[in-house]
Design a binder for this molecule. Structure first.
Ligand code: AHR
Length: 490
């Protein structure tokens, strides 16, 4: 099969903010304990208790932002449990996830250390469901107040002389579900109370994020903002609203059929529609002086397959093998984020280690990079570029996105067809081409994965790009993701 497209270099969509490549890690299954956190006394190589291999892999991915501690866990978490001497920290049952015993050895300081090591901006999800405005206020003060108060002194005594400077604060999580089973008006009233008591300390102006809809639930968004609009005088500060969008699957991770594969991958067209619909719903309230422009965030996204109970029993709740299918799924999502980058401020994949569509899987001292990890690695080159429009007459054959910097164009082309190869020829409507290179992820079997005894089954491979002055051609085998860098003669 052949396909053509035209890259419109001057038809700019917007900046691909690094935050569109954000991540999320929760106290769930083996994401934290035995995942990223092994403890200082572990025989597994670690940096102050953080699994060394995982830290190094995440460093290579240049994680821009990391959300913690949940998820549903956030609305049951009391931050004071996770500070101070480890032996004094309380042990508690994880209310949401299998009643696992949390010894709280991973708390605020350990999370901040992780963020520091991988140079990610921390994003803390506050507890609205079972917490109080005072508790959230104190967490902000503990983290952000440089000096001069008892909470700042306590942080210093716990080993952090300077403030953590946390900018992103979530006010609850999934308030329509595990975060309190609230309706939009009830949540809006609580949001307003909690947000009122989040102060600014020093140079760190908090960016406050409200719970948004599940998938494209426009009713939630409209009712939340309509309710916010009824506030007398002025509304509480609000900077972002977070939608959660999972791509549910109808098969176990390594048992996808042609039908269930197509069904799950089709969800990414719904994701694109959800971004467009939600952004336009937000825009209808943006002219209200009490509200203004609020950023759209996708706080949790990714594939969610049917549970493989044996694997979950062995490795932890929501442990999901990650396959070639997930590499393509991640690429479809990133292509959506590039094409819709003018409507988004942040997107966080669920979740970083050992849970759902993970970047890394661990088992004892093994830590492997999943196919999804490699998609993020290949697509890194788009970050900080300007996304540009692509005319593409056959979008159902291929998923495409393009971005440009001063010197080159980066293109991600995905052939999601499980049977047919595609020869893609792209015309570049702009400066001439001076060279082209590319890498791809490909496996004939979409259920193939990086297993602990074969961790390099799916890794980036070189791909040949034939180029002339104003066009280039690439052969995409069936079920392939490729990222191409087209050097411009400027
Ligand atoms: O990511 C797993 C769970 O999915 C999160 O805890 C929750 O927010 C969502 O429903």
């Amino acid at each position: 099969m052949t396909s053509t497209a035209t890259i419109r270099c001057k038809d700019e969509i917007g900046l691909i903010r690094p935050e569109l490549y954000g991540h999320f890690i929760e106290h769930l299954g083996s994401a934290i304990y035995n995942g990223i956190w092994v403890g200082e006394d572990s025989s597994i190589p670690n940096i102050g208790g953080l699994r060394k291999a995982a830290v190094e892999y995440l460093q290579a991915l240049k994680v821009p932002v990391l959300r913690w501690p949940g998820g549903c866990f956030a609305d049951a978490y009391h931050w004071r449990d996770g500070i101070g001497r480890k032996t004094d920290r309380p042990r508690r049952l994880n209310l949401w996830w299998d009643g696992a015993v949390e010894d709280n050895s991973f708390g605020t300081h350990e999370f901040m250390e992780l963020c520091k090591l991988i140079r990610a901006r921390p994003y803390l999800a506050g507890n609205l469901g079972s917490g109080t405005p005072a508790e959230l206020h104190d967490w902000v003060e503990y983290c952000n107040n440089p000096f001069g108060t008892t909470l700042a002194d306590e942080r210093m005594a716990n080993g952090a002389p300077g403030p953590f400077g946390v900018r992103y604060w979530g006010i609850g999580n999934e308030a329509w579900g595990c975060g309190g089973h609230l309706n939009a008006e009830e949540y809006c009233a609580l949001y307003s109370r909690f947000a009122t008591y989040v102060p600014t300390y020093g140079d760190t102006k908090p960016f406050l994020i409200a719970v948004g809809p599940e998938s494209n639930d426009l009713e939630w968004t409209q009712r939340f903002f309509s309710s916010l609009r009824t506030t007398r005088r002025y509304a509480a500060p609000l900077h972002g609203i977070a939608m959660h969008f999972y791509s549910w699957g109808k098969s176990k991770p390594t048992e996808y059929t042609r039908e269930t594969l197509k069904d799950q991958l089709d969800r990414f067209a719904d994701l694109e529609k959800a971004i467009i619909d939600q952004r336009s719903a937000l825009d209808t309230f943006a002219t209200d002086p009490k509200i203004g422009k609020v950023g759209l965030i996708i706080d949790e996204w990714g594939t969610w397959d049917v549970s493989d109970e044996i694997a979950e029993k062995k490795f932890g709740k929501f442990w999901q093998q990650n396959t070639m299918k997930d590499a393509v799924a991640a690429g479809l999502a990133l292509n959506v984020f590039h094409r819709q980058c003018d409507k988004l401020v942040m997107c966080n994949l669920a979740q970083t280690v050992n849970v759902l569509q993970a970047l890394l899987l661990t088992n004892d001292d093994n830590c492997l990079r999943t196919p999804t990890y490699y998609t993020f690695l290949l697509c890194l080159k788009h970050r900080g570029n300007t996304a540009v429009n692509v005319d593409h007459p056959f979008p159902w054959h291929l998923s495409l996105s393009a971005s440009r910097s001063a010197r080159d164009i980066v293109v991600t082309a995905i052939n999601p067809d499980p049977d047919k190869a595609v020869e893609l020829t792209c015309t570049v409507d702009g400066p001439g081409i001076a060279g082209a290179i590319g890498q791809m992820l490909h496996h004939d079997d979409w259920n193939s994965c990086n297993a602990f005894d074969a961790p390099d089954t799916i890794v980036p491979l070189p791909v040949t790009v034939k180029w002339r002055e104003h066009d280039f051609t690439v052969e995409l085998p069936r079920f392939t993701l490729a990222t191409l860098t087209i050097q411009l003669s400027v």
